[in-house]
Ligand binder design. Sequence first.
Ligand code: GLN
Length: 192
Amino acid sequence: MIGVLALQGDFEAHLDALGRAGVAAREVRDAEEVLASTGLVIPGGESTTFRRLMEGTGIEEAIRAVAGRGDPVLGTCAGAILLARDVEGPRAASLGLLPMTVVRNAYGRQLDSAVVRLTDLARGVLGGESLEAVFIRAPRIASVDPSVEILARRDGDPVLVRQGNVTAATFHPELTEDRRVVDVFLSGRAST
Ligand code: GLN
């Protein structure tokens, strides 16, 4: 049973998308429910609000435990910000589960919300067909450690990355019909 963190943001769209893909999922709202999940989605929304709502609840520790035991974790947009080791724009604390630096709201006003066909893909993982990606006030992945796989890029910047069982997308795969990102998320395996 995949848990979708339902504190804030577009968790309902993730539940619908997982449902369409035939994956059993439910909303999770506290540490116990997070720990009871066999995988976790951290949706888009507002990363500062997420952090505030998680404070003192044990949810952060529960997410670390889920990732640490090797279950798949997917963060999209604000969720990707929460997974990053370093957050800038402004500098902020995060879970530090993916060794990468993200800059919040880094694209110019014209570019920060857009529907883009991504063609720069890791074809061994995603196949050859372009991937439709919806960006909404997206963060920019400014750098990743060499241990992080870059699965898709937009204008050279990584937008879909994975390290073992932890996957992050700066776009919103739950808003399109393509299920390849769900497949990447669910096939993620612990790297250690
Ligand atoms: N701009 C938001 C943030 O910084 C992320 C936007 C999103 O999740 N769609 O948290």
